[in-house]
Design a protein around this ligand. Structure first.
Ligand code: ADQ
Length: 461
């Protein structure tokens, strides 16, 4: 088995991956099993000529900081003020500046130069996410001929939207430098396929495979999953403060709705709060018997488009609490701090509804974690946006249009009063999918596809 080389925006702390979630754990296991390299940004800002190299058993962790200029133009700029909004269909939020694109190219070129020094000829290279789209192209310029796969964790937009970026042709050219491009959903695969067919010389040779010059490029769907077993078990061990909370709710007969997100405009948080407010207005009988816990820590606070979200949410939560609350009832609790995973898992289990309504999301792992955390005998109900990648599979959830506040309010109410038999039926089907398509299955499928390509490079039949 060849070594595995992973490049991702943030390089995981390989000595401590339990807090970082299922994805980091699955990737860390794979790289430990095969030996190899994990390369990426260490999250720091500073001037360093050489990366920090840490050998942990058979894995080399290579991490480097970004300069102030690179942080501004590459990370905050092109990655998070151009690609993130563009790929989440938010042309209105793009802040395009030529210096951002230059920074994006510069950092990827610099990453390629450093990474190339750690590569062996038959390594299998797996590059992650929108920050690093050009990395394979720059590695190829340095003469690297290894198999290279790319996985995009966020949606891939339709051609019409992608073309709004002045650099769309270059972006897709970079994607064509990979042997395998993995996307989350059928919609994403369809969007990239149409772009390739309409705007590039890539020739489709069979479904999901294109001939581009001398090389073939595969475009496939690999829906990401969670570390199901670990999460399911964590959910059953409630930390003390959550256990007290659960008990209190049982005694008071309250039902809890939970939302857990990074504070991001793609997550549909204002619409979600409005839907909750509307439901309270339409169902006065729910007074004091329901509460909404929204956990949403601020991320990317340095990006302008994020600055106002927190204020908007605080104002909305304040107005709902002011309108409906009482001295012994707070309808919404809004928490800005990240919550440890164990606590999150048991909060999911203690909540009657998981309210997951992004306006657009690559997959959304919170939807899967909520399902995994439930007690199968008396499960809570998932209300899920049709625009989360997860909705392609999780059709037994109550699927909603996250722009339609009325519909979300109706579905939220339906979830709260749904009879146990129906909840169990829906949950059983959801649980089966989340369990089967877990993080390990995702990783194995991707690496097998990348390995298979290497074994049959000329197979175009
Ligand atoms: P994210 O946009 O970060 O990821 P998501 O998949 O929902 O979105 O969450 C990732 C993880 O972060 C989950 O494990 C979740 O529990 C955790 N998390 C979120 N909010 C948290 C909080 N407040 N406190 C503690 N933990 C929290 C990107 C894409 C997604 C895609 C993933 C994986 O945007 O669409 O599903 O990558 O590919």
């Amino acid at each position: 088995m060849s070594r595995l080389v992973i490049a991702s925006n943030r390089v995981a702390d390989l000595r401590q991956t339990t807090q970082t979630g299922g994805l980091a754990v699955a990737l860390a296991d794979a790289v430990r099993e095969r030996g190899g390299v994990w390369f990426g940004w260490d999250g720091e800002i500073g001037e360093v000529d050489e990366p920090e190299v840490d050998q942990i058993d058979n894995v080399t962790r290579v991490a480097l900081p970004l300069s102030e200029d690179d942080y501004t133009n590459y990370y905050l700029g092109y990655a998070n003020s151009v690609l993130w909004p563009l790929f989440h269909y938010r042309l209105d939020l793009i802040d395009y500046r030529p210096a951002f694109f230059e920074g994006y190219r510069r950092v990827n070129r610099m990453f390629a130069r450093h990474l190339a020094q750690f590569l062996k000829p038959d390594d299998c290279i797996w590059i992650h996410d929108y920050h690093l789209i050009p990395l394979a192209g720059y590695l190829r310029e340095l003469g690297c001929r290894q198999r290279m796969g790319f996985f995009l964790h966020i949606p891939f937009p339709p051609s019409d939207l992608l073309e709004a970026s002045p650099n769309h042709a270059e972006l897709v050219d970079w994607l064509l430098q990979y042997d395998l491009v993995g996307l989350q959903t059928h919609t994403d695969v369809g969007n990239l396929t149409r772009y390739l067919e309409d705007h590039t010389p890539a020739v489709p040779v069979r479904e999901g495979r294109f001939l581009f010059g001398e090389r073939t490029v595969s475009v496939e769907r690999f829906p990401i999953g969670i570390d199901f077993e670990i999460f399911e078990q964590m959910a059953q061990r409630a930390p003390d403060d959550v256990a007290v909370d659960v008990l209190r709710r049982k005694v008071l007969g309250q039902k809890q709705i939970i939302g857990v997100d990074r504070l991001d405009y793609s997550k549909g948080l204002p619409e979600r709060l409005r839907a909750y407010g509307r439901m309270l207005a339409q169902h006065p009988e729910l007074e004091k018997s329901v509460s909404f816990l929204q956990i949403a820590p601020l991320t990317r606070g340095d990006v302008d488009a994020y600055a106002n979200i927190r204020l908007e949410l605080e104002a909305l939560a304040g107005s709902i609490n002011g309108q409906f609350g009482d001295f012994n009832w707070t309808p919404i609790r809004h928490i800005h701090r990240p919550v440890p995973r164990e606590k999150l898992a048991s909060l999911f289990r203690a909540s009657h509804v998981g309210f997951v309504t992004p306006l657009r999301d690559g997959m959304n792992l919170v939807a899967k974690e909520y399902v995994a955390a439930q007690d199968p005998a008396d499960p809570g109900m998932l209300v899920l946006s049709q625009f989360a990648g997860a909705a392609e599979e999780m059709v037994e959830a109550l699927v909603v249009n996250p722009y339609d506040v009325d519909e979300m309010s109706r579905r939220l109410h339906q979830a709260l009063v749904m009879p146990r038999d129906e909840r169990r039926r829906r949950h059983e089907a959801l649980m089966e999918k989340v369990m089967r398509h877990d993080a390990k299955a995702w990783l194995t499928a991707f690496l097998e596809a990348l390995g298979d390509l290497a074994d049959k490079p000329a197979d175009l039949s």
